[in-house]
Write a new protein. Structure first.
Lengths: 160, 213
């Protein structure tokens, strides 16, 4: 039988099963990027090394809070957690505080975070282009913010 | 894709950027050859996680946004066919798409804020679809499914894709992307049933294009 139009059933299980990350690590997905964290705490939430926050979502832990551009979320004992004589940053508590939806697959220790709602307000309220970073087929990173000074048409399409 | 290349060449303005983003979990294997066949000189993105749809709250392809020099969106979320297309033959021919989009786009590139096709920030904001917390959660589930599929864990991937489709039943993208992995493909009986259901329940398959001619 001829293959149906736009059918790729062979892609349902295309690859050999492989590890998502080394044992004892967690993977965080955010805005198309997968960050593998080797330095994580245990227990509820997702306890990360505060230094890893910026790599994950651009926020930086500073004395005045977890900050991204003008936005600073004050730190408290839900966000900064003491465990085993060290201080950790709870990324799940941070998401809860920001109303940022996420899914955690506890078994695989993979956490997938949706966009942070506060970062979307300028689009939804003021019709400003979202803070989006894409990689083109040549591997160039394209930030919509860098297109200022030019008009841009962004069109989605698909093979299906 | 060849049509967009023609339009891009005809516009031929160094201050105009065209970005075509394939919403395709099949990645380079699925979308790459289609791009290549158009010999494109515009920016080509293969967006496996459908980040563009998520960022602009699109639910179907093709959809588009016009972004001006200050980074302001001046039109958004229309069924962005670049011309009228016909599929099939004889009585079975169906046509879709529009011829009004291309001249409107060219008018905007030439005339900027003076173009009658530019919409106010308030109109654009009103035209951006609502994206509820559940729908945002659907995006997170979809990306989680993609990661599992890339690591050969189809069962986990299916679980999270189904969750994504349940949390965002308005997303034609999620439904049809999933159907590509079925034997009948993305344009078979299940697709037609979904489309009928959208029409019956008054949901937008595409927003009607509201362009003055």
């Amino acid at each position: 039988m001829a293959k149906a139009f736009m059918a790729y059933p062979e892609l349902r299980d295309p690859y050999v099963v492989k590890d998502i990350h080394p044992k004892g690590c967690a993977t965080v997905l955010y805005q198309g990027k997968a960050t593998v964290l080797s330095d994580i705490g245990s227990g509820d939430g997702l306890l990360i090394n505060p230094k890893d926050l910026q790599e994950i979502n651009g926020f930086e832990v500073k004395p005045e809070g977890a900050c991204f551009e003008d936005l600073c979320i004050p730190l408290n004992d839900r966000l900064l957690v003491d465990q085993s004589g060290r201080q950790w940053f709870d990324l799940a508590a941070f998401a809860d505080m920001l109303d940022q939806p996420y899914f955690a697959d506890q078994q695989a220790n993979v956490w997938s975070f949706a966009e942070i709602p506060a970062k979307r307000e300028n689009t939804l309220v003021n019709a400003m282009a979202p803070d989006l970073e894409l990689t083109d087929r040549s591997g160039n990173v394209l930030k919509l913010a860098d297109l200022k000074g030019k008009k841009a048409l962004i069109v989605t399409w698909s093979s299906w | 894709m060849p049509v967009w290349q023609r339009i891009y060449q005809e516009i031929n303005d160094p201050n105009f950027v065209l970005i075509c983003a394939a919403q395709d979990t099949g990645g380079e294997a699925a979308a790459g050859p289609i791009f290549d066949a158009a010999n494109p000189t515009y920016i080509q993105v293969i967006d496996e996680d459908h980040l563009v749809s998520s960022a602009f709250n699109f639910v179907n392809v093709p959809s588009a946004a016009w972004i001006d020099e200050e980074g302001r969106i001046v039109r958004i979320d229309e069924g962005t066919y670049s011309k009228v297309h016909e599929l099939g033959a004889g009585d079975q021919t169906i046509s879709f798409g529009t011829d009004v989009y291309e001249p409107a786009l060219k008018d905007w590139v030439a005339n900027g804020a003076q173009s009658k096709h530019v919409e106010s920030a308030a109109t654009v904001a009103a035209n951006i679809r609502n994206h509820s917390a559940d729908q945002q959660k659907a995006d997170a589930a979809f990306c989680l499914g993609n990661l599992f599929r890339r690591h050969g864990r189809g069962g986990n991937a299916d679980h999270y894709w189904e969750m994504a489709a349940q949390l965002n039943p308005d997303s034609v993208n999620f439904i049809r992307q999933n159907l590509t992995l079925s034997e009948e493909g993305s344009a078979g009986e299940q697709f037609r049933a979904m489309r009928d259901n959208f029409e019956r329940t008054g949901k937008d398959y595409y927003r009607p294009i509201n362009i003055e001619t």
